[in-house]
Design a protein around this ligand. Structure first.
Ligand code: ZN
Length: 695
């Protein structure tokens, strides 16, 4: 919502046109009800549980959303990432991703068996693999096909595709382990034809990247209707709402699921799932006071705050049954918190899958209306019951229903819009639930928050990559993770401290409303935040987003010594007289003692933010002043009766983007610095341990 500028403009307009009341003026963007559908999929697929294969047929209807005729179509064939060791994904990942390894001989692939227009015209002769990102001729994760006639602007084309897929053993989000299946990235899927102007594009064209190690996905909205046939003993879950369950009388069952306004479809099957159903009843889960508080915080009318009921299905592993209530509580909390802050969750269902043992590669993943959690049997037992990881994973993956599910950014090119904003939003929910110091662990005095953890991972190395850059062009896996998840989270937390929680919440709400069911870019985010806050945030955020700028304040030399008086020649009514050093010191000692204090503050990083400085003089309460941070260094000098005790830059540690807080404070008494040095050594040791365990 454009606040406060809109409010000011509305007031002005009301005065100018003589309108006596502001009632009826919109105070926020209206939450879009639906997406403008571009790609609709009707898919029919059968699982061969012996061979771990899929046999599928799909009808794809694609509408040309641009003003140009389009004469080819580009597809993703994601499962070919696992075809062999020469795929781009395998070369980049080395068969390892986030602590998981591709199981031996766990390869998978997808083949397009036939490709026709609805009238039967065979398109297969014009089908060819493409590798737009790295020219790797062995990569088969993207293909294009020429069309006999261009699709005119606004017109649609219907394709008939048959395909076969070999599922990989679970790795990088998809596949099988034993009888557990998590079927994601599994069907031939169109890329996004971006019209000129979308995400700042100069000319229209396909955006269809290869499957990379460090990247997720990007697709257009549409409606999906999928039927899948599996052995009758399986329990299943999928994107969308179940329409039908048909017993085929031959030991198999066909399930039909459908969902509008989504950009992907995933499903799962396993005989072991324990299915738990629970309804999110908005009227019961959210009190009138909570609605009123949220409406006040966001300056929205109450009727824009109302949440909707959601049918929740939790598919749990039997070994994790003691954690059912913890999962359900996290799900309910997510639907409520994200709904109140960023607009109601619009879909009627949510399915949450608890992956099987050995299938962690399929955990912690998001698809529209369908997410996977991540826990372990250890969490059933004390003291691990105090570790909030299952909650964190569920809340984070649910958050993706907003940041990427509805606000469908391009994860290949601007992953932070998805992972970074969602990490910030996840952190807020976790802090509200568990308290700011203990979002991850609180046990026997040990408290660890997500913020502590990411600060430990923060180092000057962060300067080698930027937040906004293609996901496959990071120096390393950890640089991708830091710059896509953690650094944007620190940036947004710092921004929240800068703007204040209310203005930040309002601006984020406006962003979430305006870009729901659309494809925003980093520039769209900046423009929306500027408009919503009425400030130009570009000088603060631009360098962090685009130039890997690092913020690092430190206290330089500090002295606070008794004044030595004023020796030298002085012009007096009696003429020029000399005050010797001894006389000057004597005169100073005769008066109340005074101290000369000098403090040098430095900005070691690439840029500075406005920052608060606290000074503490003996016998006085701490005093605070603001430094706008526009210079590389600043010297403060005082001549006053009290000696300085300490100085502290950003005493509340609100500039979470500051790469190193160890240099932020200094005591004048030198003996106290030993403690600081010890702390710094302890932090370094912790950092090293975390690196070893791969966090
Ligand atoms: Zn994520």
């Amino acid at each position: 919502m454009p606040f406060p500028r809109t409010l000011r403009a509305a007031l002005l307009a009301a005065v100018v046109i003589g309108c006596p009341t502001l009632e009826g003026l919109a105070r926020g963007d209206v939450l879009p009800e639906r997406a403008e559908g571009v790609a609709d999929y009707r898919i029919s697929v059968t699982l061969d549980a012996d061979k771990k294969q899929l046999h599928g047929h799909e009808t794809v209807t694609w509408r040309n959303p641009s003003t140009d005729p389009v004469s080819d179509l580009w597809f993703h064939l994601y499962l070919n990432a696992f075809q062999n060791s020469k795929s781009t994904f395998m070369k980049e990942s080395g068969g390892q991703l986030r602590g998981d390894e591709l199981p031996v001989d766990g390869w998978g692939w997808i083949a397009v068996d036939s490709l026709k227009l609805a009238d039967g015209t065979d398109l297969k002769p014009g089908f060819k693999f493409q590798s737009p990102d790295d020219r790797n001729a062995d990569d088969r994760t993207v293909a294009s096909v020429g069309l006999p006639a261009a699709v005119k602007p606004g017109e649609s084309i219907v394709l008939d595709i048959s395909f076969t897929a070999q599922l990989p053993k679970v790795f990088a989000r998809t596949g099988y382990v034993g009888d557990y299946y998590l079927v994601g990235q599994w069907f031939p899927k169109l890329g996004v034809y971006e019209p000129a102007g979308l995400r700042g594009r100069a000319t229209s064209g396909w955006n269809c990247h290869q499957f990379h190690a460090d990247s997720e996905f990007y697709a257009d909205f549409g409606s999906y209707r999928v039927d899948f046939t599996v052995p009758a003993r399986f329990t299943v879950g999928a994107t969308g709402q179940r329409q039908e369950r048909k017993d085929n009388g031959n030991g198999t069952v066909t399930y039909i699921y459908a969902q509008d306004n989504v950009h992907d479809f995933a499903w799962t099957a396993s005989p072991d799932f324990v299915e738990v159903k629970r309804r999110f009843e908005a009227a019961r889960e959210v009190s009138d006071q909570e609605y009123a508080a949220a409406a006040r915080q966001l300056d929205r009318p109450l009727d824009q705050m109302r949440l909707r009921d959601v049918e929740v299905t939790l598919l749990m592993q039997p070994a994790h049954l003691p954690q059912v209530e913890r999962h359900l509580r996290a799900i309910m909390l997510s639907i409520k918190s994200f709904g109140l802050w960023y607009g109601a969750y619009p879909h009627p269902t949510l399915t949450v899958v608890d992956p099987a043992f050995g299938a962690s590669g399929s955990g912690g993943m998001e698809y529209p209306t369908f997410i996977t959690g991540g826990t372990s049997s250890l969490i059933n037992y004390r003291p691990f019951t105090h570790v909030n990881v299952p909650e964190e994973v569920v809340i984070h993956e649910f958050g993706h229903q907003y940041f990427q599910g509805m606000i469908a950014s391009n994860e290949f090119e601007e992953a932070w819009l998805d992972e970074g904003i969602n990490s910030y939003a996840t952190g807020r929910v976790m802090e509200e639930e568990f308290g700011p110091d203990a979002t991850l662990i609180s046990f026997l005095g040990l408290r660890l928050s997500g913020r502590d953890l990411i600060r430990l991972l923060y180092s000057p190395e962060a300067r080698f990559d930027t937040i906004k850059q293609p996901a496959w062009e990071y120096m390393s896996d950890s640089s991708y993770t830091f710059n896509s998840y953690h650094r944007p989270e620190l940036m947004l937390r710092t921004l929240e401290h800068h703007l204040g929680p209310q203005q930040m919440a309002r601006a984020m709400r406006t962003y979430a409303e305006r870009w729901r069911f659309k494809h925003p870019s980093t520039e769209d985010f900046l423009a929306t935040m500027n408009e919503a806050t009425g400030r130009d945030l570009r000088p603060l955020l631009g360098p962090v987003l685009y130039h890997a700028a690092v913020l690092d304040y430190e206290v330089g030399p500090v002295t606070s010594t008794p004044s030595k008086g004023a020796p030298g020649y002085f012009d007096t009514p009696k003429g020029r007289t000399l005050t010797t050093q001894e006389e000057a010191e004597k005169a100073a000692a005769a008066q109340k003692p005074t101290f000369d204090t000098s403090i040098l503050l430095r900005c070691r990083g690439d840029r500075a933010w406005p920052v608060e400085i606290a000074f503490k003089f003996e016998g006085k309460a701490p005093e605070r002043i603001w430094w706008d941070g526009s210079e590389r260094w600043k010297k403060f000098e005082f001549h006053r009766p009290e000696k300085l005790e300490w100085v502290d830059i950003d005493p509340e540690r609100r500039l979470e983007l500051d790469v190193d807080w160890l240099g932020n404070a200094r005591r004048v008494e030198p003996d106290r610095r030993a403690a600081v040095r010890l702390t710094s050594r302890w932090l370094l040791v912790m950092q090293q341990i975390l690196t070893w365990v791969g966090l």
